[in-house]
Design a protein around this ligand. Structure first.
Ligand SMILES: [Zn+2]
Length: 267
């Protein structure tokens, strides 16, 4: 399918109205976790956002976007970022350390070249998707996504497959990379290679350039094929959203209804 004319702009990209009109990796992943919570969020009734973690992430992104963007971002969020004496608060001091870790690295400097915050959109099997690419290099056909994480080597237990997985798999970043690659293909007619640039929030920040194996991209494609029509049905109100029963939204709206055996408490 050809590139659709898109009405997405830097101003409305994160607006709820565009989240209704377009699917995005962020919301798709939310739906996979809990449909009820995500519908409540789309309806403006609930937010699970960790405001501060989001702000620190945006603090970093704006820095590497441009000096102007960073200045503007700090100015707009002054009361969250700075203490009354005008110094950055601890999470943003850490943000500055993470920034320095990256900007002093020659490989990062060489790689993080290209267009920043590029909005892409397109159709995947009939569903309209949107994406915002941190850094897109169309000369060398790759794109980068900047991720902050507690510890790049932290292990997460995957109870479905009974195995440990990395933070990148635990947060399903391959899905985001697959969607972005597909939307870049539709928008610019190139096959771009995805990389994650991770920087950790540890005392001494760690950093890494991470590639996504092909089988991971195929995993993401399969997952989208399997679930996106159902998710569209939920969004359109044709199907009732399922409650996961475990997230903060489900807990906060649950009522005691039955008695559970002590042997059925864990999966
Ligand atoms: Zn839930």
């Amino acid at each position: 399918m050809l590139t659709p004319t898109s009405d997405l702009t830097q101003e409305n990209y994160y607006d709820r109205s565009t989240d209704w009109d377009y699917q995005s990796p962020t919301f798709f992943k939310k739906f996979l976790k809990c449909e009820a919570e995500t519908m409540a969020e789309l309806n403006g009734e609930y937010s699970d956002m960790n405001h501060e973690a989001l702000l620190v992430g945006n603090y970093l992104h704006s820095y590497f976007e441009s000096e102007d963007s960073h200045k503007k971002f700090v100015e707009e969020n002054k009361s969250d970022i700075l203490t009354r004496t005008g110094k950055p608060r601890a999470p943003f001091e850490k943000g500055d350390e993470m920034i320095h870790t990256l900007e002093n690295d020659p490989m990062f400097k060489g790689l993080y070249q290209g267009d920043k915050e590029v909005i892409v959109s397109g159709y995947i099997n009939g569903v309209h998707w949107k994406g915002k690419v941190d850094c897109l290099n169309l000369d060398r056909n790759y794109f980068l996504d900047l991720k902050t994480t507690r510890d790049i080597h932290k292990k997460f237990w995957d109870n479905d497959n009974k195995e440990w997985q990395s933070f990148a798999a635990a947060y399903n970043y391959q899905l985001q990379m697959y969607v972005y690659q597909e939307l870049i293909r539709q928008t610019f007619d190139v096959e771009a290679t995805p990389y994650i640039i991770a920087v950790s929030k540890e005392k001494v920040p760690d950093k890494m350039v991470i590639s996504i194996p092909d089988y991971r991209m195929e995993e993401a494609e399969t997952q989208i094929d399997m679930y996106q029509d159902h998710i569209d049905d939920v969004k359109a109100g044709r199907v009732e959203p399922t409650r996961c029963g475990k997230c903060d939204y489900c807990k906060s709206t649950a009522k005691l209804g039955k008695i559970v055996s002590m042997d059925d408490l864990i999966e």
